[in-house]
Design a protein around this ligand. Structure first.
Ligand SMILES: [Zn+2]
Length: 261
């Protein structure tokens, strides 16, 4: 009887080293501090707390029926489809990101390990474009990635539908090292119940929202395409990079003074 061939568990290839596509302004493996937050409050205007939470679905809704002037389907980017906040573009020069660790006592079985590897591969890809630091505690982070399935939400036509990933933005006033500043705070939910490639594609997409791309591309080859395709998109397209670079040239959130309450 011939030996049964050994079938390895599929694992994700590490992301290729970016030589020409990466942002030349981003040093590889930059180190910077991510101080813990001392206090945090919802952002408010004139004493009133504003509902500034943005979910990508709301952005698409606000864009529906809106012909974006000058939007060329074969255009170099899709920045016309991004949405800002009342306080400015929710961008930063450096991002501190926390990834939910495997719970203590959880066997590091294929599920947990696949999720961790896929999410980290997605972060490594964004790291070629943005200074990103992984941190040990959620209080140090602006972006928090949770290993859980997003709750059902209503689709554009009403019925509840499931998705594998979700990102939700809130603007908060945060005090770190005694200084107050206005920060985008993003919770990202990534479902572990997918193939590793799909987890990586979902993470890439949701992290794109987290890093300021609050909108969707209308082309399927882009990481920020409006709906997932049969073949997961595992790398940033030229349009994704161009859109991000356009975004990074915009003014960020207005600075705030210490809240008076
Ligand atoms: Zn999206």
């Amino acid at each position: 009887m011939p030996p049964v061939p050994f079938l390895p568990i599929p694992t994700l290839e590490p992301p290729p080293l970016v030589r020409n596509g990466g942002n030349p302004d981003v040093q590889q493996n930059p180190r910077f501090d991510c101080p813990i937050q001392q206090q945090s409050r919802p952002w408010s205007v004139a004493g009133e707390v504003t509902g500034v939470g943005i979910s990508p679905k709301q952005v698409d809704k606000s864009l529906r029926g809106l012909e974006t002037p000058g939007a060329d389907p074969a255009g170099a980017d899709y920045h016309q489809r991004l949405k800002s906040t009342p306080a400015g573009w929710p961008i930063r020069s450096q991002w501190c990101v926390w990834v939910e660790p495997l719970a203590a006592g959880t066997p590091a079985g294929p599920f947990g390990a696949h999720w961790q590897r896929a999410v980290e591969a997605a972060l490594a890809i964004w790291q070629t474009e943005l200074p990103i630091q992984a941190v040990a505690t959620p209080d140090q982070a602006q972006v928090r990635l949770w290993r859980r399935k997003p709750p059902l939400e209503s689709g554009p036509d009403g019925p509840l539908r499931a998705s594998h990933g979700r990102a939700l933005l809130q603007l908060r006033q945060v005090q770190r090292l005694g200084q107050w500043q206005l920060e985008p705070q993003v919770e990202v939910l990534i479902s572990p119940g997918q193939r590793p490639e799909a987890i990586q594609a979902t993470s890439l997409h949701e992290l794109g929202h987290a890093f300021g791309l609050w909108g969707h591309s209308d082309q399927s080859g882009d990481v920020m395409a409006v709906s997932p395709t049969a073949k997961p998109v595992l790398a940033l397209s030229a349009r994704d990079r161009a859109t991000l670079r356009w975004l990074l040239r915009q003014p960020g959130l207005s600075p705030v003074v210490e809240p008076a309450y």
